[in-house]
Design a protein around this ligand. Structure first.
Ligand code: GRF
Length: 235
């Protein structure tokens, strides 16, 4: 019998998209991608996990999965532009075709974004365009909203302002705190990110001069995640 190490991985014959993930903290969204890749749900090779904090749990998760990591300390750079230029030069050198921001707590300089237009996505914990920026769970509760959610969008120079590809929604429950809301939403973030990256890897989303195309048609509204599937929003 062939030794286990010489048997090709069942996914190895499927063309894979090379992705880099940027993360500053806990890395649970990164872990969702790693797990989905591991059990064959995501034909994506994570070629690099990079971050601005050497102690981030995200980097430990990547190391445990055998993924190359890069911790780049911003304090060693004269400007945001210089930091981002170096970071994205290293990302390009990794061979990544897609960059996934998964809890990367830095605003990217516009100077690096042009070359990566349509190839950088971010997961944000709100139903964009509502609640860009921080403290989204607290702000949803303060506003008395009965619905909350998460969005995956293409990254542009406008903070959390790029075109939204897909969203998942959850009800706000009586007695919710920012903590309970964040925790309940997180499981949906993981599913939404995996489903959206899978759709990108399958070539279903593209970004051109006419905007975002999904299956060749201009995306009029973000897709919605239902039962693990991305579907067109119902009017
Ligand atoms: C998530 O809530 C994500 O939406 C936001 O930052 C958080 C990152 O969590 N951008 P984790 O590091 O993936 O656990």
């Amino acid at each position: 019998m062939e030794p286990l190490s010489r048997i090709p991985h069942p996914q190895s014959r499927i063309p894979t998209l090379k992705a880099a993930v940027l993360a500053s903290g806990r890395g649970s969204n990164l872990q969702a991608l790693i797990d989905a890749r591991g059990d064959g749900r995501l034909p994506v090779d994570i070629v690099l996990v990079a971050g601005d904090k050497a102690q981030a749990l995200a980097l430990r998760r990547a190391e445990a999965a055998g993924i190359p990591t890069l911790a780049l300390d911003p304090s060693g750079y004269a400007s945001r532009e210089a930091y981002d230029a170096d970071l994205f030069a290293r990302i390009a050198a990794s061979g990544a075709e897609l960059v996934v921001l998964a809890g990367f707590m830095r605003i990217l300089d516009a100077s690096v974004l042009g070359a990566w237009s349509g190839r950088i996505i971010n997961i944000h914990p709100s139903l964009l365009p509502k609640y860009t920026g921080l403290h989204t769970h607290r702000r949803v509760l303060a506003a008395g909203d009965d619905e909350h959610g998460c969005s995956v969008h293409f990254v542009t120079a406008e903070l959390d302002g790029g075109p939204v590809l897909a969203q998942a929604s959850i009800p706000v429950l009586r007695g919710d705190t920012p903590g309970t809301l964040a925790e309940r939403l997180l499981a949906h973030e993981h599913r939404l990110l995996v489903a959206t990256v899978a759709a990108i890897a399958a070539g279903r989303f593209t970004h051109g001069t006419e905007g975002v195309l999904h299956d060749g048609d201009v995306l009029q509204a973000p897709l919605q995640l239902h039962d693990g599937e991305l579907r067109a929003a119902t009017a």
